[in-house]
Design a protein around this ligand. Structure first.
Ligand code: FAD
Length: 498
């Protein structure tokens, strides 16, 4: 029997484990966290439940596929509910823009701001679809470790003007400043500044249109639990609370891993769902990797950090949408400070998650569970989070109370937060970055960390820092890339009995 070990149980690692089992490998998955899911941990406190990370499900077929691969139906494990609106944008002057529903609903909302932009939005979606056809349909599950693959794509990417940033692409079609902001925030969902991120990520507009925005009932944690059950049924071994120190390499081939307790796990194939900068920086010797891998580890720019405040209230706020993006007064300047300066900006923009809008099981009766997320500089900025954490918490609560959740201070019954320090400590995320390396053009596709290791044979990479990139659709697709790279085990049962 050929054995595979997957290091890291984020969505990329989970999807890889399930796919490798279908290829006939005996699979073991190892993760240092107390629960499966990577950034999609679940916290429970004082009767409130909180998804720690991803909350927005797009391209649901990518999640269904992993169950179908083994003759199961995702619906038998977890229910997806389509949301409407997908997101509510709230501007600092109180203006509200609801995004979602059918295209006519979005157009009606756009017309309230600027009727000329309705036609521009249609053009934006049409352009986004063209990028989607190449960037998602053709390339997202394709290996990109050969320069020839990249060169073959250059004409298509140039035709689609992917050298433009997302902001430039959106501004070419929409004129109203608030609409330009609302339709350019998507790179932030994968760790990029809209003013720097390649417009390849403009495909997200069409991706959202094509399948809508969904919520996993019970939370993203319930989807992770669905995969845990599936893996248990398949006989995939899951080892939690265990950190891998080193990749074992013999004769230029990965042979397994060594845990920090000294234990060895031998394997024929090793899949790393860890931050690639950590992998090349700490888990392999420099003699075991290419010059290019060392340079990327040294120089690839990181995504921003995240400050995530989880809180429960003893009253309900029924007027708040499931997903709200609250945009402060400054946009470009604020983003510039988050990505390029060494200080914590005084102001912020926020994403507010209210799962109780869709699923009351997240909080005791009459109460609400929330998390609010502010993009902040990563640890390279040298911010002292011991002093700045409590200050930022206070400022965010004050702002939410003033703009969205009246009297929040009086109704808070529980709260705690994560800073970039926690991302580093809990997930070994280099620089405490929220999404590994940033989605710049010069860090995408062939330029990004390859899915086939730039070093030993039989070592593969999946997850946010690899091709195609961060976000759940990206990391689940990175495991699909492995389907084309990892050989099938001869004469093995591909479909397990239900
Ligand atoms: C707050 C937040 C909100 C988000 N919201 C969304 C959203 O709504 N929709 C969306 O699509 N995306 C969202 N994202 C992005 C998305 O969650 C991530 O890009 C994705 O989950 C990353 O998956 P991954 O496979 O790269 O692994 P990760 O989730 O990073 O998991 C990797 C795992 O490997 C473990 N590990 C690392 N090194 C080792 C080691 N040496 N030994 C053992 N274990 C190790 C880590 O502890 C971790 O558990 C969000 C991210 C965050 C942080």
């Amino acid at each position: 029997m050929s054995r595979a070990v997957v290091v890291g149980g984020g969505f990329g690692g989970i999807a890889s484990a399930i796919r490798l089992h279908a290829k006939g490998y005996e699979v073991q998955l190892v993760d240092r966290c107390p629960n499966l899911g990577g950034r999609a941990q679940v916290f429970e406190k004082n009767g409130f439940r909180f998804d720690a990370g991803p909350t927005v499900i797009t391209a649901p077929f990518l999640f269904d596929e992993l169950f179908e691969l083994h003759g199961r139906r995702r619906e038998d494990y977890v229910e997806f509910k389509r949301l409407d609106p997908w997101y509510r944008f709230q501007f600092s002057d109180g203006d509200i823009f609801d995004y979602g529903g059918e295209i006519e609903d979005t157009e009606a909302e756009i017309a309230r701001f600027n009727s000329d932009d309705v036609e521009g939005y249609r053009r934006l979606v049409a352009h986004s679809e063209k990028i989607f056809d190449v960037g998602f349909t053709e390339l997202s599950d394709r290996p990109f470790h050969k320069i020839s693959t990249m060169l073959a794509q250059i004409p298509a990417l140039a035709r689609l003007k992917c050298y433009r940033t997302v902001w430039q692409m959106v501004s070419a079609h929409l004129r109203h400043p608030k609409l330009r902001q609302a339709f350019s925030v998507q790179p932030l969902l994968v760790g990029g500044n809209p003013f720097d991120t390649t417009s390849i990520y403009g495909l997200i507009h069409f991706l959202e249109r094509r399948w809508g925005i969904h919520f996993a009932m019970g939370g993203t944690g319930a989807l992770v639990e669905g995969y845990r059950r599936l893996m248990e049924e398949l006989g995939i071994e899951i080892k939690l609370n265990a950190t891998v120190d080193k990749i074992l390499v013999e004769e230029k081939k990965a042979r397994g891993v060594q845990l920090d307790c000294g234990a060895l796990i031998e394997a024929d194939v090793v899949v790393a769902n860890v931050d690639p900068k950590h992998l090349y920086g700490h888990m392999l010797d420099s003699s075991q990797q290419t010059w290019a891998a060392q340079k990327k580890t040294q120089y690839h720019a990181l995504s921003m950090g995240l400050f995530v405040l989880f809180f429960g209230t003893d009253r309900e706020y029924p007027e708040i949408a499931h997903h709200t993006i609250w945009l402060g007064q400054r946009y470009r300047e604020l983003l510039d400070e988050i990505f390029n300066s060494n200080a914590l900006p005084e102001d912020f923009s926020l994403y507010l998650h209210r799962p109780t809008a869709t699923d009351p099981s997240f909080a005791p009766k009459g109460c609400e569970s929330f998390y609010v997320l502010a993009p902040v500089p990563n640890l390279n900025a040298g911010i002292d989070w011991k002093t700045n954490g409590p200050l930022l918490r206070q400022r965010i609560i004050g702002s939410l109370s003033e703009h969205m959740l009246p009297d929040l201070e009086k109704h808070l019954v529980t709260d705690f937060y994560m800073t970039p320090e926690d991302f580093k400590k809990d997930y070994l995320s280099v620089g405490g970055a929220g999404f590994s390396v940033a989605p710049l053009f010069t860090q995408s596709a062939w330029f990004r960390f390859h899915n086939k290791a730039e070093g030993p044979e039989n070592l593969y990479l999946v997850g946010a820092g690899t091709h195609p990139g961060a976000g759940l659709p990206g990391v689940v697709s990175s495991a699909k890339v492995l389907d084309r790279l990892v050989p099938e085990v001869a004469s093995s049962p591909i479909i397990s009995a239900a």
